[in-house]
Design a protein around this ligand. Structure first.
Ligand SMILES: [Fe+2]
Length: 232
């Protein structure tokens, strides 16, 4: 099971000691370190009018990093990219609130990757992401998981060796992402969650959504039938 035996801790905003660990980032909107274990650290920035979570996954051994969702507030994100040695950007999906900083980051030389089904929703991009591909972030390995439903090209990213999933707008505390949209499909998102997330991820897997608070696979898995019955 991913992450079993790896000591990990969640460092929340204002947690004791966090300022000492990431003092250099104090100009970037306060304490950004959100999670760390022996191999990886994850920084979170909440940006834009929809309070989008932007995560920076960083290899503790090499210092190289990847940014998940160039959502908004590009000046802040560009500062974070420099401070955290970000090498590239992946998008969880193409909805407008998740992509506002894509042009500025591409202009600064960061390559942006997105699933092919959502690529046309971006103003521009560099690479398309295959399903079940492995992205190298220093020594870290991040696996792509195609999870259509919120959008046709929604994608989650699972960190190998650490109990962490970036779920975009596919899985939140208390339910699936919104599918009451032009390209959304409720039965498709439930199937994605059931077959691609619940079937393969350990209960302790920390789920980091595109907005709001974290949850775990174990906390959400028992409720899939309730979500199906209520229809959202
Ligand atoms: Fe979305």
């Amino acid at each position: 099971m991913p992450g079993r035996g790896l000591a990990h801790e969640i460092v929340r905003r204002g947690a004791p000691g966090a300022s000492r660990r990431r003092g250099a980032l104090s100009s970037l909107g306060g304490m950004a370190l959100h999670y760390q274990d022996s191999a990886a650290e994850i920084h979170r920035f909440v940006v834009g009018p929809y309070d989008n979570n932007v995560f920076v996954l960083r290899c503790r051994e090499t210092g190289e990093a990847l940014l998940v969702d160039a959502a908004n507030e590009h000046e802040l994100l560009l500062e974070a990219c420099v401070a955290l040695d970000v090498r590239s950007v992946v998008e969880t999906h193409g909805h407008s609130d998740h992509i506002q900083a894509v042009p500025a980051l591409r202009d600064a030389g960061y390559e942006v990757a997105v699933a092919p089904e959502d690529a046309a929703m971006l103003p521009s991009y560099d690479l398309v992401l295959d399903d079940d591909a492995v992205l190298a972030v220093g020594r870290l390995r991040l696996r792509t998981i195609r999870t259509p439903g919120h959008t046709p090209g929604s994608m989650c990213f699972a960190l190998e060796g650490s109990p962490v999933l970036f779920s975009g707008d596919t899985l939140f505390p208390g339910g699936a992402g919104n599918t009451a949209t032009e390209l959304g499909d409720f039965s498709t998102i439930l199937a994605s969650i059931d077959r691609r997330l619940y079937a393969v991820l350990a209960p302790e897997t920390l789920v980091l959504p595109g907005h709001g608070a974290d949850t775990t696979i174990g906390a959400e898995r028992p409720h899939l039938d309730e979500w199906a019955a209520r229809g959202w």
